[in-house]
Design a protein. Structure first.
Length: 95
């Protein structure tokens, strides 16, 4: 049960790229990507949240077809991540 996926969010961008974000009880979020003409998903990045369990995930798209990921947990923080130069980069806001 340690690595059980607890939540998923998916997004297909206008160029046909599919993104998946998965959170699990091991406090990690994995961002996956599949190119439009590919059958295979590849892990882009593993986001570690220490002892914080992520309870919600939502993938969306910003102007310029930039994927954005919002995540939150019981710590009352909202984590935002965007893909920049093939890497997942993030900032944190407090409520």
């Amino acid at each position: 049960m340690k690595d059980s996926v607890t939540i998923l969010s998916t997004l297909v961008t206008p160029d046909g790229t599919t993104w998946i974000a998965s959170a699990s009880v091991d406090t990690k979020v994995i961002v996956w990507k599949r190119e439009a003409n590919s059958e295979e998903f590849k892990a882009v990045q593993v986001l570690a949240f220490g002892s914080k369990i992520i309870e919600t995930l939502k993938l969306g798209i910003l102007p310029g077809d930039v994927p954005i990921l919002a995540a939150s947990g019981v710590d009352m923080l909202i984590y935002l991540f965007v893909v920049k130069d093939g890497k997942v980069c993030g900032i944190t806001f407090t409520c």
